[in-house]
Design a protein around this ligand. Structure first.
Ligand code: FMN
Length: 455
């Protein structure tokens, strides 16, 4: 039977998503220097709730303040005090005002933490990000105790998220961040129980899933965002993705979202990036061009029963319908939501047959200064600038302004980076004075009915 985009989907835990078009995670950069949600973040989510996404997955919510993905991330690295809890609850209320699902994407940036935040981030092995430009420091290989601590951090953040009203969590195991780097043989060269065989490389993710399920209970959706592949020689490959998906199915995960790539090779946004690439994403035939990971999702569909969300490049009704026809359960959308959320509402009610593809206007395919430049530094800057263009649009939506579609990516990048530097400077100052702790009282902890982490 052909499933239509408008049809609901029921997840294994019993949660129902009202239709098939979900907002995928988009790092917002709108938290305050403490990592607490702000009115700007509420405004952004209130707007997205208005246009009718049945499921919104937040951008990276960071479980360890030393490993933020960028300044302005929401951070949940402790049991929140009253004021922080209220800020989280207000954010959730804005996103859920029409009853949609709002899931927090839990994340640890690992070796992809910028040097300006942490010069020696934690990583499975001491292998740095292979990009020019000196944006990332030399990582430290994690000790057993640090790994155990990370498991506890994810568990605690999931517990907090449930208690403030999120209706699900997504564990971010894609795009080269910590959990994804544990899965990748390129970044994980450990020879203990956390490295080597696929079972070992997947152990951290599986332990986090187990612990999360234990604290959130059987009826709370747990999703995992997983790379179909790293798209790099010697990296995580599709066959391994299928095996991890089977492990996740056995562990009672409700949904896997399929994506791919890392900062070195940003296949998730259809870019080649500045890293060494064995297999740059193909931009040839129409459907392959539109849905970056359809072939991978198709292969997974044959192997696993759990629901699959496919994200990356999907813009036309025909392309989305084809994915559903092939057994994909949900379509994830990111960039269209950053610019003109109303275009999504129009699409939803059938007034248009496709969503705008802003990235096609931004990229240059040929030339020395293009996204395909022979110079790795140029490709790195071009792909980051393309992302920062969207970051700046999110700032504007958070301010209640319209997007500026005439902005130049490079200038957007410089402006957003300047804003990020300010946030990070304030954050450092606050951390020195201990002002980010929220000064917990025993009453706060009891009220939250949360267990403190003992490990
Ligand atoms: C501005 C921007 C921010 C993003 N932030 C996140 C994020 O926080 N977490 C994540 O898993 N993916 C993130 N992504 C990747 C998207 O979720 C998605 O996988 C990718 O953009 C492809 O979908 P699209 O073609 O619909 O944009 C981001 C992408 C963009 C462009």
């Amino acid at each position: 039977m052909q499933v239509q985009l408008e049809r609901p989907v029921t997840l294994p835990c019993g949660a129902v998503i009202e239709h098939r078009l979900a907002k995928a995670a988009i790092t917002e950069g709108l938290a305050d220097p403490r990592g607490w949600p702000t009115k700007r973040l509420e405004r952004l989510y209130s707007g997205w709730a208005d246009v009718g996404f049945p499921l919104m997955i937040t951008g990276n919510v960071i479980v360890d303040a030393d490993h933020i993905e960028r300044p302005g991330n929401v951070i949940i690295d402790r049991v929140p005090g009253k004021a922080q809890r209220e800020a989280l609850e207000d954010w959730v209320a804005a996103g859920r005002k029409h009853g949609a699902h709002l899931w927090a994407q839990l994340s640890h940036s690992g070796r992809q933490t910028q040097k300006s935040v942490n010069g020696q981030p934690l990583s499975p092995s001491a292998i740095g990000v292979g990009l020019p430009g000196g944006l990332f420091g030399k990582p430290r290989a994690m000790t057993e105790a640090q790994i155990v601590q990370v498991i506890a951090s994810f568990r605690r953040a999931a517990e907090v998220c449930k208690s403030v009203g999120f209706t699900g969590v997504q564990i971010h195991a894609a795009h080269g961040y910590l959990l994804s780097s544990f899965l990748s043989p390129l970044a994980n060269r450990r020879d203990d129980q956390w490295g080597g065989s696929l079972d070992n490389r997947a152990r951290l993710l599986m332990r986090i899933v187990e612990e999360t399920r234990r604290v959130v209970g059987p009826e709370f959706p747990i999703c995992v965002k997983l790379n179909s592949a790293d798209f790099q020689k010697g990296g995580f490959v599709l066959e391994e993705c299928a095996q991890v998906a089977l492990m996740l199915e056995d562990a009672g995960v409700d949904l896997i979202e399929i994506s791919g790539g890392s900062y070195e090779n940003p296949a998730m946004i259809g870019e080649r990036g500045g890293g060494k690439s064995a297999d740059p994403p193909k931009r040839a035939s129409t459907v392959a061009r539109e849905a970056y990971f359809l072939e991978c999702a198709r292969a997974l569909r044959r192997r696993v029963n759990l629901p699959i969300m496919l994200t990356g490049g999907l813009r036309s009704r025909a392309g989305m319908q084809q994915a559903l026809d092939e057994g994909i359960d949900l379509i994830g959308l990111a960039r269209p939501a950053c610019v003109d959320p109303v275009s999504f509402a129009r699409f939803l009610i059938g007034e248009s047959e496709s969503l705008p593809c802003w990235e096609e206007n931004l990229r240059r395919d040929t030339g020395l200064l293009s996204n395909n430049s022979p110079l790795s530094l140029v490709r790195t800057i071009a792909s980051f600038a393309g992302i920062y263009w969207f970051y700046e649009q999110l700032y504007r939506l958070g301010d209640g302004r319209e997007a500026n579609t005439r902005a130049t990516p490079l200038l957007s990048m410089l402006r957003v980076m300047a804003a990020e530097r300010q946030i990070e400077a304030k954050r450092r100052k606050l951390r020195k004075t201990g002002a980010t702790t929220g000064n917990l009282t025993v009453a706060d902890i009891q009220a939250a009915r949360l267990r403190t982490v003992r490990d």
